[in-house]
Each structure stands twice: as C-alpha cells, then as structure tokens.
Design a protein around this ligand. Structure first.
Ligand code: SF4
Length: 340
C-alpha cells in the first residue's frame, strides 16, 4: 500500500503489506485493524502502537476520509450528518435509533444520475462515486458520535449503490467481516431503483443481504414519469430479475412503495401492484411520500394509506407493519431530517 492511502477501507492483507513497508512486525497489522474498525477519532489514540509508528501513520496515511461538518439531532434521537470528503465534496448519512435496533443510512455516491422526481439528490445530478473507505467511514463517524455500533446498515442515502458496484461489495465485506465492523449480513440492506444487470449480478454473489427495490408504481408508463430508469428497464425485466434473485438467495425482497396522493394510491394501483408481485418472495414497505420543496408529490391522507394497505393484504401481499421497518427508501429519508 503506497503512502498517503486511507486506512478506513483497508483489510488485513493490505495492512500487513503496509507494516512490511514500514519495517514493522506483521502482528502490528492485527493491532492496527482493531483500532481502525473499533474506531477512535485519531491515530494518536491507538495506544498499543509505538509512538514512532503512530507518528509515521499520521504523516503518511489518512485514517478517516470523512469529517463531520454538522450533526443535527431530532427529538426522537435521529441524527443527520453532513460529512465532508477530502476533495471538499459533501455527503449525508443518518442514524436512526429504535427500541430494538439502530440503523445507519449511508450514501454510495456524491449526487445521483437516476433523476427520480421525488428525490432531492436526484435533482442535484451525479458528481462522483464514493470509495469503499468513504462508504465505511460514514458508519465509523456515527459510531464515534453515538458511542456504539449500529445493528443495521442500509444503503439508502445519496446515490444508486448498484452503479458503484466494486466499492459497494468491498464496503459490505468490511461491514460484515469479523475483522471489520462485524455487522450481520442480514442486517445490511442495499436499496436500488431497479438496475436489472446489477440485481442479477448481486444475486450471483451468494450474499445473504437484504435487497430493497424502489418500485413506486406497478405500471411502466406511470413509473417512467417519476423514475427515468423505468424507460431503460421495463417492469417485466425487473420482475424477472427479482424472481431470479429470490430463487438464488432464498431471501425475501423488500418492495418500497412511496404512496403519492392521487398518483399511485388508487384501488386500481393496488390491484396492479398485487398482480405484478403475485408469486414473488417479497414484502411491501408502504411509505407515505416525503415531499421535497417545490415537488409535485404529496402524502395521501391517513385513511387512504390504511385503505391501500388493506387492498394489498386482501390481494394476498405481505405488507410490513407500519413502524416494522425504518419506513424509508432511497430518496425518502430526507423527510425525516427536514423536520430536525
Ligand atoms: S431516489 Fe435514489 S436512485 Fe433515485 S435519484 Fe434519489 S438517490 Fe438516486
């Protein structure tokens, strides 16, 4: 590993190489990796490393590629982080504590090129992919702030994770590894807007993670009005890929459906959704849309949400209990923190 590399994001082998370059015994790599992923704020705090090695690491490497610019806290304990990367770009992460779990929502890109109309990130366009180290360091920053490791991680922040495939997989490996953050693979969720080749590729990896797909409409024409990706991959192609994914992984897929008043919340919408998902190993997560400023979409009334949920249940779909999940999808967490 060349000098100047970022420590967050490195694995045991790379750190062994680094220690060899530094002329240190190889057991230092095991000491160093524990500090990296049971994080401390700075290299100077890695107390069982010799002072000379710590000084050299400070001079020749970067530990954390993200730095906290602001942390906003809501009354329910949710915290929203604005993080600055080394090149000055900004990303957002969210921490959501609940009774039986705590979830960190992380970004995979600066901006996003998918252009979903209900999403503020979509309107800012694409800037760049994040590295695996930048993805993992978002979780480390939250741990440093709240003082404990989250039980769950969801890729639902800025960006389309399947567009940034290599760093996505590497970051999942680090989150899950015993030498990394040791977060259960089933507690990791990747949320996609429906990139068919990426879904097929992910299914072949043989990972047990949770796949969440932003569907939001069960009709190609309607979906393409809010999600440009629908003009590239039809619902038929998407559903084929989802059936294949479920067959390979035996994991239930989460279908995210953001309810938008007068757009996708009618009885006919419920019927189409029920037909589309029939036979798929999945459950539906209904999310009243979180409107963006100046956006076209609004939340339905509560009684309409309940009605829609009942139509789906009667049609035989499994619908997640409200509050059984973090009620979010890619592009939908913003509403949580705009109230903060
Ligand atoms: S909802 Fe997700 S995929 Fe769509 S524009 Fe926003 S960040 Fe990108």
């Amino acid at each position: 590993m060349a000098a100047g590399k970022v420590l967050a994001g490195q694995g045991p082998e790379e750190l062994k190489e680094l220690m060899a370059e530094f002329g240190e015994p190889s057991y230092r790599a095991a000491q160093l990796i524990k500090w990296i992923y049971r994080p401390v704020a700075a290299i100077g705090e890695m107390s069982n490393l010799p002072i000379g090695l710590r000084e050299r690491l400070v001079q020749e490497t970067v530990y954390h590629p993200c730095s906290r610019v602001t942390v906003r806290r809501s009354q329910d304990g949710t915290r929203k982080y604005l993080l600055e990367l080394q090149d000055g770009e900004l990303i957002e992460s969210v921490y959501i504590p609940e009774a039986d779990r705590s979830t960190v929502c992380i970004s995979s890109q600066v901006g996003c090129k998918m252009g979903c109309t209900f999403c503020a990130t979509g309107s800012m366009g694409f800037v760049r992919h994040l590295t695996a180290g930048e993805i993992v360091d978002q979780v480390l920053q939250v741990i440093l702030d709240v003082g404990s490791r989250p039980s769950n991680v969801v890729y639902m922040g800025m960006g389309e994770p399947l567009e940034n495939y290599g760093p996505l997989l590497r970051s999942i490996e680090i989150l899950n590894a015993a030498w990394g953050l040791n977060i259960g693979i089933r507690q990791i969720t990747v949320s996609t807007c429906g990139l068919v080749p990426g879904i097929r590729r992910l299914g072949k990896e043989g990972l047990g993670l949770t796949l969440a797909v932003s569907l939001h409409a069960a009709d190609d024409e309607k979906r393409s009005r809010i999600m440009p990706v629908a003009r590239v991959y039809s619902l038929d192609e998407l559903l084929d890929a989802l059936h294949e994914y479920a067959a390979r992984t035996k994991r239930r897929i989460t279908i995210e459906y953001a309810l938008m008043a007068g757009f996708n919340d009618s009885r006919e919408d419920a019927r189409q959704l029920t037909e589309l998902l029939r036979g798929l190993l999945c459950h539906v997560n209904l999310i009243p849309v979180n409107p963006i400023p100046g956006g076209l979409h609004h939340k339905p009334r509560d009684n309409q949400i309940v009605r829609f949920e009942n139509w789906l249940r009667r049609g035989g779909l499994e619908v997640k209990e409200r509050g059984a999940d973090i009620e979010a999808a890619c592009g939908q967490l913003r509403g949580r923190w705009e109230e903060i």
